[in-house]
Design a binder for this molecule. Structure first.
Ligand code: M6R
Length: 366
């Protein structure tokens, strides 16, 4: 049932060409230049008028939520707070009746996320869900929602569920932004058009699989790793670090690249691999300087760059080129090499990637 792949995780990474397609099917139409999300159609007016959105989740779903924050802010100009469900439920959170609470969960069964939903409902907020498992508890508890349609995810490390969650968040933010008038028609249409090219772009990244395996060999003895990104790619750095630590047991941290100076740069020496999401966007020049800072301290830089980038290629130890895309869609592509790097490092270290120690696929106890 692993479809010829050695592990479910690898199969699921490769499935992202079709899973993204399944997530957008019937929802993004390049012909009509329209986004349609049936599950939340009735609450779109509420979203358009929302004073704020609270996004809750755990682990990878929380990282997807972080991308969601940037997306809603950019397209719909709605303030967003992203909360760990476990903290939110035990804090004494301020929840207004006109808040939109958006719970993200692959399994739809995460105990802390469910408890946070109950709290939000008691406070009278509108609660929406983004879940993968159809008929699970969270979709039953929420007022409305959107399924990710990524298909079953068996590997404990979330891969295709993450890209599906980010895809749904992108569609939601685009739709709300367009209806609200904060996302220009031209930009909206550009995004819709680009969406249809994502599966083929992911396929192109996956063709580099063996090169990525080769470069991963260099890092199997590492004891620490840093992941850096800025803007939309900061949450991708967090996700890259989580992927590495949960399956390879190498300690890894994700940071916004500019935060390095405020502490983590002290860790950098010739033994430290630094994985940088550095595709061409608004912060490109800034991330180039961050890479220089790492190199000046002899860190090993492995950078994910836009095809044809020669500037970073001259500075970094390795570059992985990925196809160009719109800035807001870049998380969907840049995360893929990070997934593969973690997978290969873990496999080469002899780890059980599908069932890492101490972890369960769905955390139904707090
Ligand atoms: O099923 P959920 O999305 O609610 O699960 C949340 C986390 O437990 C999950 O994302 C976890 O962090 C994964 N192992 C990450 O790969």
């Amino acid at each position: 049932e692993k479809g010829g792949y050695e592990h479910f995780m690898l199969k699921e990474i490769f499935e992202q060409t079709s899973s993204i397609h399944d997530t957008i099917r019937g929802r993004v139409s390049p012909q009509n230049k329209e986004v349609f999300l049936g599950g939340i159609n009735d609450v779109i007016p509420k979203l358009v008028n929302a004073r704020r959105i609270l996004i809750i989740g755990c682990g990878t779903s929380w990282h997807a939520g972080m991308v969601g924050e940037y997306l809603f802010e950019e397209f719909a100009r709605i303030p967003v707070e992203v909360e760990y469900a476990s903290e939110f439920r035990y804090r004494n959170p301020v929840i207004f009746e006109d808040d939109i609470v958006l719970a993200i969960s692959q399994s739809g069964e995460t105990a802390d996320t469910l408890a946070a939903i109950k709290l939000a409902k008691e406070a009278g907020a509108t609660v929406l869900g983004i879940c993968n498992v159809v008929g699970s508890s969270i979709p039953r508890e929420t007022d409305a929602g959107v399924y990710t349609h990524a298909g079953p995810e068996i590997g404990v490390a979330s891969t295709k569920a993450f890209t599906a969650q980010v895809t749904v968040l992108t569609m939601m933010a685009m739709l709300v932004g367009y209806r609200k008038g904060t996302l220009e028609k031209e930009e909206y249409h550009k995004l819709i058009e680009e969406f249809s090219h994502l599966p083929e772009k992911i396929a192109k990244i996956l063709e580099k699989d063996q090169d990525i395996k080769e470069l991963s060999k260099r890092y199997i003895e590492s004891t620490n790793a840093l992941y850096l990104g800025r803007g939309f790619l900061f949450p991708v750095a967090l996700e890259g670090a989580l992927k590495l630590k949960e399956i390879s047991y190498i300690h890894a941290e994700g940071y916004p690249a500019a935060e390095m100076k405020h502490g983590p740069i002290a860790l950098i020496d010739e033994h430290m691999p630094v994985f940088v999401a550095a595709t061409k966007d608004k912060s490109y020049e800034k991330i180039v300087s961050n890479i220089q800072e790492v190199k000046a301290r002899k860190g090993h830089v492995i950078a994910i760059v836009t095809e044809g980038d020669t500037v970073i290629a001259d500075m970094a130890d390795y570059v992985i080129e990925i196809p160009e895309t719109l800035e807001a869609l870049a998380p969907l592509l840049t995360v893929v090499p990070f997934q593969l790097i973690s997978y290969y490092i873990a496999v080469l270290r002899g780890c059980n990637v599908d069932q890492p120690r101490n972890l369960a696929k769905s955390v139904t106890v707090e």
